[in-house]
Design a binder for this molecule. Structure first.
Ligand code: AMP
Length: 171
């Protein structure tokens, strides 16, 4: 399994006009493709002695939980504001129009934990930058960032310089 792009489809004008949404449900729905993607992440990160996988709302939960399970470690969700039940740290960041807020439980992992962040798509990098800030509020040590798809035209990496990003597919 090498060409994951055939399992990622473009949905034009979703969720709003002008956006080309990268739908990864065909990949998730195909056992071989899903397993192969997780295999690549596992092989890339298994020697990094990771303590915990942090997945970003919402598709980062699916990939991140599978990855954590395969690595035999815990999973921590970063969610949209107001969804997590315990005390949270929050970070607000700019979207193209307006702002959004992400949250993490204050006791999600111990200080100094070796953290792998996981999400489906990197576009402008705002979501990832906010997530990195949240992990740092807990004094986590980010040793990897696993992404399924990087949309290079948005230059998201510029917003998160010097981070250990690994993208399965770059387009
Ligand atoms: P950004 O903050 O611009 O890097 O956007 C990344 C976040 O928004 C990720 O959590 C993605 O799930 C989602 N996202 C952004 N753009 C797209 C897209 N074109 N297709 C699917 N998801 C996207």
């Amino acid at each position: 399994m090498s060409d994951f792009t055939k399992f990622i489809r473009d949905i034009p004008n979703f969720p709003e006009p002008g956006v080309s949404f990268k739908d990864i449900t065909p990949l998730l729905g195909n056992g071989l493709a899903f397993n192969a993607a997780i295999d690549i992440f596992v092989n890339r990160f298994k020697s990094e002695l990771i303590d915990v996988v942090v997945g970003i709302d919402a598709r980062g939960f699916i990939l991140g939980a599978a990855l954590a399970h395969r690595l035999g470690i815990g999973f921590v969700p970063i969610r949209k504001s107001g969804k997590l039940p315990f005390d949270c740290y929050e970070v607000t960041y700019n979207l193209e129009y307006g702002v959004d807020t992400l949250a993490i439980h204050q006791d999600a992992f111990p200080k100094g934990s070796r953290v792998l962040i996981c999400d489906d798509v990197l576009a402008t990098g705002g979501t990832l930058a906010a997530s990195i800030e949240l992990v740092k509020k807990l004094s986590g040590n980010i040793v990897g960032i696993a992404l399924l798809l990087e949309l290079t035209k948005f230059e998201g990496r510029k917003k998160v310089p010097n981070q250990p990003i690994f993208s399965l597919v770059e387009i």
